[in-house]
Design a protein. Structure first.
Length: 135
């Protein structure tokens, strides 16, 4: 009997930990080295590539420092096949420094191997986010 989480179970665990602010729980889901990419403008503090758990912890720590609590957050679609899952979601946040809000429709591509996230690629409305960070 296998105790390894399936791809979708791992993705669901990720969103559960993310939603409750459980950073150790989030990090436990990632492999030691992860292909972690979020495209975006240079003024978006979380954009860029990462690979280690320390870098991933820094990524998730940024949000509370630069954004308001979410006004809304909704996962609208989850698709999983084999080791890959794609999640489509919508959220609304405010930027603390500028007071501007942005609505972000995004997709996350996860790859899960042996119950660990080995790929996390985020595709988001980087233009709307960059504009919200511009004073």
């Amino acid at each position: 009997m296998s105790t390894t989480r399936s791809t979708i179970e791992t993705v669901d665990a990720f969103f559960g930990a993310f939603g409750s602010g459980d950073l150790p729980g989030i990090l436990d889901l990632f492999a030691e080295k992860t292909d972690f990419k979020v495209a975006g403008a240079p003024n978006v503090p979380w954009a860029g590539a990462r690979s280690t758990k320390d870098e991933i912890a820094e990524f998730f720590g940024i949000f509370g420092k630069v954004l308001t609590a979410p006004e809304s957050f909704e996962v609208t679609t989850k698709i999983s096949e084999g080791n890959d899952a794609v999640v489509i979601a919508n959220c609304v946040f405010g930027v603390l420094e500028t007071g501007k809000k942005f609505t972000n429709g995004y997709a996350l591509h996860f790859t899960v191997v042996d119950g660990e996230i080995v790929r996390y690629h985020m595709y988001e409305d980087s233009y709307a986010i960059a504009e919200a960070f511009t004073a």
